[in-house]
Design a protein around this ligand. Structure first.
Ligand code: KIV
Ligand code: NA
Length: 269
């Protein structure tokens, strides 16, 4: 199975129609990537790793080095999915040149195929700058967690007419600038549908709509690993309970001196 390319994923949407929805999940480690790879079209090394892996209060403190290290692990653990890396807060907003330097560092260090950055019209020039210089860019509109300090929280976006119009304008600007896909996060469904109908590139929904051209979820949320998850996350499994139960049984066996048993112990020949 040859690794999917960014142009192949972009080409899933033709004349506004996506016959086969695009499947994306986050991955932060090599093992996680191995388990998800065959089932996905794209793996996202999301800056959500700040909260999920590092216990940070938001994605704002996440660094380029963190992203580069986890992206390299995910590339090593996969061979089918296209790997997309989030550009962390502060690594791209100042100028197209700053963004190029950061994005090039991420791709060189990891072998990932593309970057994702948050923001709409304000980032269009940067998206064009990178795309024209060999770095495919995925956009991200609606609820953009890196803007937490401006937005004031993680509330759903697009409830007012002005906000809805802004999200659509942002998505159009990114599309026109050459984004190969756009994540639409945490918006009321009509906005997600209207963005999907009004941009040429595929939209990837999260807390958006089943009518988006693809979907993404944070893997740890959907397997039941992370404790606090938004309403739009469906829990497909309860891995946290499985791990806690294993630890509980192990602890009891250690305390009772029944582990290690005969099968886990080496004897002289
Ligand atoms: O960081 C992340 O995991 C993301 C997805 C939720 C889209 O940006
Ligand atoms: Na992100």
């Amino acid at each position: 199975m040859r690794r999917l390319t960014v142009p192949a994923i972009r080409a899933r949407k033709q004349d506004g129609v996506t016959a086969e929805p695009i499947v994306m999940l986050t991955a932060y480690t090599a093992r996680q990537a191995q388990l998800l790879d065959a089932h996905c079209d794209m793996l996202l090394v999301g800056d959500s790793l700040g909260q999920v892996i590092y216990g940070l209060p938001s994605t704002v403190p996440v660094t380029l080095e963190m992203m580069a290290n986890h992206a390299a692990a995910v590339v090593r653990g996969s061979y089918h999915s296209a790997v997309v890396v989030d550009m962390p807060f502060g690594s791209y907003e100042a100028s197209p040149a700053q963004a190029f330097e950061s994005a090039a560092m991420l791709l060189k260090a990891s072998g990932a195929a593309a970057v994702k950055l948050e923001g709409g019209a304000a980032m269009a020039e940067t998206v064009a700058f990178l795309s024209e210089r060999g770095i495919p860019v995925m956009g991200h509109v609606g609820l953009t967690p890196q803007a937490l300090n401006v937005l004031g929280g993680y509330a759903v976006r697009g409830r007012s007419e002005a906000e809805a119009a802004k999200i659509l304008d942002d998505a159009r600007a990114l599309d026109a600038a050459g984004a190969f896909a756009i994540v639409v996060e945490g918006v009321v469904e009509p906005i997600a549908i209207s963005v999907t109908q009004n941009v040429a590139c595929p939209t990837i929904g999260i807390g958006a709509s089943a009518q988006c051209d693809g979907q993404v979820l944070v893997t740890d949320d959907m397997v039941g690993m992370f404790e606090r998850v938004p309403r739009f996350v469906k829990r497909y499994e309860d891995v946290a309970q499985t791990i806690a139960r294993a630890a509980e049984t192990y602890a009891a066996e250690v305390r009772a001196r029944t582990f290690p048993g005969e099968e886990q112990t080496y004897q002289p020949k």
